[in-house]
Design a protein around this ligand. Structure first.
Ligand SMILES: NC(=O)c1ccc[n+]([C@@H]2O[C@H](COP(=O)([O-])OP(=O)(O)OC[C@H]3O[C@@H](n4cnc5c(N)ncnc54)[C@H](OP(=O)(O)O)[C@@H]3O)[C@@H](O)[C@H]2O)c1
Length: 340
């Protein structure tokens, strides 16, 4: 099956290509970039030299090519104008950006500052977290792949919500690749290296999608407040999700083990040992763990992911596999790097 990667010169685009070069069922036939148009893939991704002999084209040119699936790794606000024409041609789409993640169109005005031009597609789009929406993804034309902070938060919180939590405080630590490949004053290396600091501390956009999905999970409103923190590492996102809940660790262990019992990419830690991003880097795995403190009382869920893999490209291919009728793990079941 032929796949086009839009925004292929960026970080998540590069990860999509890294996975797809050895995927047994998909062949990348079109890659886009404005800056690298006309240049070979290794100019943007030297690590892929010798593995993929394609040249980048401009987005407009890619729209005239033929392919079966499109993966969009474009900045927020671009894919909403591209996706309708792809769908009209019968192309299956996985969007890694935020343009189709939220169900309520008015939230785009509040949180992204623009009016959504295709509210009817918001209804149709499936939130691309297979752990919550596996069957819908199989039948979807359009999958809206989650944000990395949201993925970690939801995976850390879902069992707590199942146990009754309706307010979740999520503290997320995330590496610098989360900000994409174009450096800004706050995101380029001298600013990020060695840093540990909060950002968007009073209302991060990803808390809206996490609230939406956790509410859908239990059919009741679940409120999520998220504080992401920049840390100096390149990859990795770690969510600690806290709720005021009186449960002992045995009960928490059972809740996590039950919720993730059939999940190929979620590994539940044993009681008393906690996830670490170092154990998932380079892979599509999410390691989850838990703790309880009776003194508040507090119950906590933890999730460690590679933001570019389970938080972006790996998860997008997991959804693409499902859409294409393949085994969900196809081309994705390789171990994390160690040491990383
Ligand atoms: N980084 C993460 O950890 C992560 C995790 C989950 C989701 N996401 C989402 O994935 C998407 C891509 O993120 P990223 O980190 O890969 O960003 P990135 O490194 O900045 O890459 C963006 C890509 O889009 C292209 N692009 C930028 N502006 C464009 C425009 N106006 N028209 C057409 N193409 C344009 C860029 O190439 P040219 O500028 O050369 O055209 C580049 O190929 C974003 O929506 C992001 O929120 C990222």
């Amino acid at each position: 099956m032929r796949v086009a990667v839009f925004g292929a010169s960026g970080y998540t685009g590069g990860e999509l290509l890294r996975i797809l070069v050895s995927h047994p069922a998909f062949t990348v036939t079109v890659i886009t970039s404005r800056e690298y148009a006309g240049k070979p893939v290794y100019m943007a991704h030297p690590h892929l030299k010798g593995l993929l002999s394609l040249k980048f084209v401009k987005l407009e040119e890619a729209l005239n090519r033929e392919f079966d699936y499109a993966l969009l790794a474009l900045p927020h606000g671009i894919s909403k104008d591209v996706i309708p024409s792809l769908l009209e041609k019968g192309i299956g789409v996985v969007d890694l950006g935020a343009d189709f993640r939220l169900k309520d169109p008015s939230l785009y005005e509040t949180w992204y500052g623009w009016k959504h031009p295709n509210p009817e597609l918001l209804e149709e789009a499936v939130y691309g977290l297979p752990e919550l929406h596996r069957d819908e993804i199989r039948d979807a034309r359009l999958v809206a792949s989650p944000g990395c902070n949201a993925t970690a938060t939801i995976l850390a919180s879902a069992p707590l919500v199942k146990l009754g939590a309706r307010k979740v405080l999520a503290d997320v630590k995330v590496g610098s690749s989360e900000a994409g490949s174009k450096p800004s004053r706050g995101t380029h290396h001298p600013e990020r290296s060695g840093a540990i600091r909060p950002y968007s501390a009073s209302g991060h956009r990803h808390q809206v999608e996490a609230s939406q999905e956790l509410s859908l999970l239990v059919g009741e409103e679940v409120r999520v407040s998220m504080v992401p923190h920049s840390v100096g590492s390149v990859r990795g996102a770690f969510a600690s999700a806290h709720a005021e809940l009186e449960v002992d660790e045995g009960e928490l262990w059972r809740a996590f083990a039950r919720f993730y019992s059939n999940e190929p990419f979620v590994r539940v830690m044993q009681r008393g040992s906690y996830p670490n991003v170092k154990n998932v880097l380079g892979s599509n795995f999410a390691d989850v763990g838990f703790a309880s403190d009776p003194s508040l009382p507090r119950a906590s869920g933890f999730a460690a992911i590679d933001n570019l893999m389970k938080g972006a490209a790996g998860q997008a291919i997991q959804s693409l596999n499902l859409m294409a009728g393949l085994e969900e793990t196809t081309g994705l079941m390789y171990p994390p790097l160690s040491p990383a």
